[in-house]
Design a protein around this ligand. Structure first.
Ligand code: NDP
Length: 334
C-alpha cells in the first residue's frame, strides 16, 4: 500500500529533506497545509504536491491522506498531532515533540487511544554510523561503556536564522533544537536512559537575550556512564562528532551529528585502529521507511513518541539546570 502523506507546515526541513525521503521510500505527498494561502499554493506547486489547505481541519478531512508529517514551529506540534490522531491519521512529528511533558503525554495518549503510529523525527537514528556504533556497543567491542562526548555545535545557516533565535514561545534556542538529538542518539547507541544532568548555557549575541545560543553539560546515565555535550548555533568551523569510550576500546565518530551521511567511525583498541563498515543511506529516508513499515504492522518506528518524550524531558532538565545552576533529575512520568 502506498502511504499518502499530508504535510502539516510549509517548512524548510520538508522541502530540503522529508519530501524526498517520503518519495524515495515509496510514499506519496498528497497535500500540504500552511497558515498562508500564498505559501501553501507556492509550496505545493514548487514541490509537485496536488492539493493544499490553509486549515488543519480540511487537511485532516482529506480521505486521500493516511499519515501526516508535522514540521510547523514547535509550539504547534501538540494540538496538530492530537487533531491528527483523533482523525485517525498516523503521525511523524518533528522534534522537539512539543514544549512540555504534559503535552507530550497527551500526544502519546491520543495516538494510543486512536491506534495510530506516533513517531518522532530523530533522523540520526537512521544513520548507518550510529547503527554501527550501537551494534559495536551491544556486541561488547569496547567493553563496558564509561563515558561519551557529543560535539554538536555548528553554525546555524542564515536561511534558518528566524524563530530559533528570537521566539522562545516557539521553542527556539540551542537546547530544544540540538540537545534533544544528542540525548536521543546517546539513548539509541548506548541502549540506556539518562537520569540526571548539569549544564551551563551561553548567550553570545546571536539569539534574543532570553534564549541560549550554545550550551555545554554532562548527562549521567542509569548504568553510571557520563556523557559530555556541546550544542550551539555560533561556531562556524567546529566539526561534529560522537565518541564512546569503554573499558576495552573507544568508538570515534567524526562528522556524525549531521543531516547528510558523511560520517565515519573508528574502533580503537589494543589491536590498533579500524574503520567500521558503514554506508551512505539517506537518514530521513531510513526514518520514513521504518515509519511506513510500522504503519503496515511491521515493527516500530525508529524513534517513537516515547523516545521524543525522553529527549524532551532531558532537554527541559538541561534548560532548568542551566537556569538554576544545579544538577537536575530527569523525570519523564512514563
Ligand atoms: P521553518 O521556519 O522553515 O518552517 C516552520 C514554519 O514557519 C512553517 O510551518 C511555516 O508556517 C513558517 N514559515 C515558513 N516560511 C515562512 C515565511 N517565509 N514567512 C512566514 N512563515 C514562514 O522551520 P524548519 O523547517 O527549520 O523547522 C520546522 C520543524 O522541523 C521544527 O520543529 C524543527 O525543530 C524541526 N526540524 C527538524 C530537523 C531534523 O533533522 N529532524 C531539522 C530542521 C528542523 P506555515 O506552515 O503556516 O506556512
Amino acid at each position: 500500500m502506498t502511504v499518502r502523506w499530508g504535510l502539516v507546515g510549509a517548512s524548510t526541513i520538508g522541502r530540503e529533506w522529508v519530501i524526498y525521503a517520503i518519495r524515495a521510500s515509496g510514499g506519496c505527498v498528497a497535500a500540504v497545509m500552511s497558515s498562508s494561502a500564498d505559501r501553501a499554493s507556492a509550496y505545493a506547486s514548487e514541490n509537485s504536491i496536488d492539493r493544499y489547505y490553509t486549515s488543519i481541519t480540511d487537511l485532516l478531512s482529506d480521505d486521500g491522506v493516511d499519515a501526516v508529517y508535522i514540521s510547523t514551529t514547535n509550539e504547534l506540534h501538540c494540538g496538530q498531532a492530537i487533531a491528527a490522531a483523533n482523525a485517525g491519521k498516523h503521525i511523524l512529528c518533528e522534534k522537539p515533540l512539543t514544549l512540555t511533558l504534559a503535552d507530550a503525554h497527551a500526544m502519546i495518549r491520543a495516538a494510543h487511544e486512536n491506534r495510530v503510529v506516533l513517531a518522532t523525527n530523530h533522523h540520526l537514528r537512521g544513520a548507518s554510523v550510529h547503527m554501527a556504533m550501537r551494534d559495536a556497543v551491544r556486541d561488547g567491542r569496547i567493553g563496558k561503556p564509561l563515558s561519551a562526548r557529543v560535539f554538536h555545535a555548528g553554525y546555524l545557516p542564515i536561511h534558518l536564522q528566524g524563530w530559533r533565535l528570537d521566539k522562545p514561545s516557539a521553542g527556539g534556542g540551542a537546547i530544544l533544537d540540538l540537545t534533544v538529538h544528542d540525548v536521543d542518539t546517546l539513548r539509541f547507541v548506548l541502549g540506556c536512559d539518562p537520569v540526571e544532568v548539569i549544564a551551563v548555557s551561553q548567550f553570545s549575541g546571536m539569539t534574543s537575550e532570553d534564549m541560549e545560543d550554545a550550551v555545554m553539560g554532562v548527562i549521567k546515565f542509569q548504568n553510571g556512564m557520563i556523557a559530555q555535550f556541546h550544542d550551539g548555533f555560533t561556531t562556524k568551523y567546529a566539526q561534529s562528532g560522537l565518541e564512546i569510550h569503554g573499558t576495552s576500546g573507544s568508538l570515534i565518530g567524526t562528522d556524525v551529528m549531521a543531516q547528510r551521511p558523511i560520517g565515519k567511525v573508528l574502533l580503537r583498541d589494543e589491536r590498533g585502529e579500524q574503520q567500521l563498515p558503514t554506508d551512505d543511506r539517506n537518514l530521513y529516508a531510513a526514518t520514513v521507511g521504518a515509519f511506513h513499515r510500522a504503519i503496515a504492522g511491521g515493527g516500530l518506528p525508529l524513534a517513537s513518541g516515547e523516545d521524543g518524550l525522553w529527549s524532551l524531558a532531558t532537554a527541559l532538565a538541561v534548560a532548568q539546570s542551566a537556569r538554576d545552576g544545579t544538577a537536575v533529575k530527569i523525570e519523564t512520568g512514563l
